[in-house]
Design a protein around this ligand. Structure first.
Ligand SMILES: CC(C)(COP(=O)(O)OP(=O)(O)OC[C@H]1O[C@@H](n2cnc3c(N)ncnc32)[C@H](O)[C@@H]1OP(=O)(O)O)[C@@H](O)C(=O)NCCC(=O)NCCS
Length: 157
């Protein structure tokens, strides 16, 4: 699987993957697409960096991350998505490692990931816990009653 930067032709495939995961609602997907469009439009000037995984026939996953404004060395893993057909084969881990290396190379010291406490995000929580993140905050009822915001953190350096 080839890991490479975002290319203009990737957008439709990324849109397909976001829908295929079944865990992002319409507003989540619209926001994810906004970040993709920002990066496609502004390139290096965008706050969002992308690493895409290219499978034999189509895109198999991507990670989107970037430096958090007003911080010295804190980065956010905004999205990490693996196509359902490619799940459970280590691709998420590879994307995360590649993103972490790039953050570190840019001087990043902390990587943050936010997710939800609902069953739809059980895989995401298990993934973060298996890849060296620590749960550092839980905001009860943040998204909705019974839907907490979980903040995970990982030290890069
Ligand atoms: C979360 C996600 C990116 C994981 O990708 P993946 O390629 O399946 O993960 P990997 O195969 O690299 O797994 C890495 C580790 O995470 C853990 N893990 C991943 N999915 C898991 C699951 N469903 N249940 C339990 N553990 C899981 C495994 O223990 C694995 O550890 P190992 O390497 O020691 O076996 C993928 O499930 C996904 O795209 N989910 C939908 C989108 C999403 O929720 N994104 C995160 C919020 S933006």
């Amino acid at each position: 699987m080839l890991l490479r930067p975002l290319q203009p032709g990737d957008r439709p495939e990324m849109e397909r993957m976001l829908a295929a995961t079944g865990c992002f609602n319409e507003a989540d997907r619209a926001l994810a697409l906004e970040l993709i469009d920002d990066a496609l439009e502004k390139g290096e000037r965008s706050d969002y960096r992308f690493i895409c995984a290219e499978g034999k026939k189509r895109l198999a996953g991507y990670a989107c991350f970037g430096k958090i404004p007003l911080t010295e060395a804190s980065y956010d893993l905004y999205w990490i998505v693996v196509d359902p057909a490619a799940k459970g084969q280590g691709l998420g881990r590879r994307l995360l490692e590649a993103a972490s290396e790039e953050c570190l190379a840019q001087g990043g010291r902390h990587l943050y990931a936010e997710t939800s406490s609902t069953p739809a995000y059980a895989a995401a929580r298990a993934f973060y816990e298996a890849t060296g993140f620590e749960l550092v905050s839980q905001l009860t009822g943040f998204y909705a009653p019974g839907n907490d915001k979980l903040i995970y953190s990982k030290r890069l350096a």
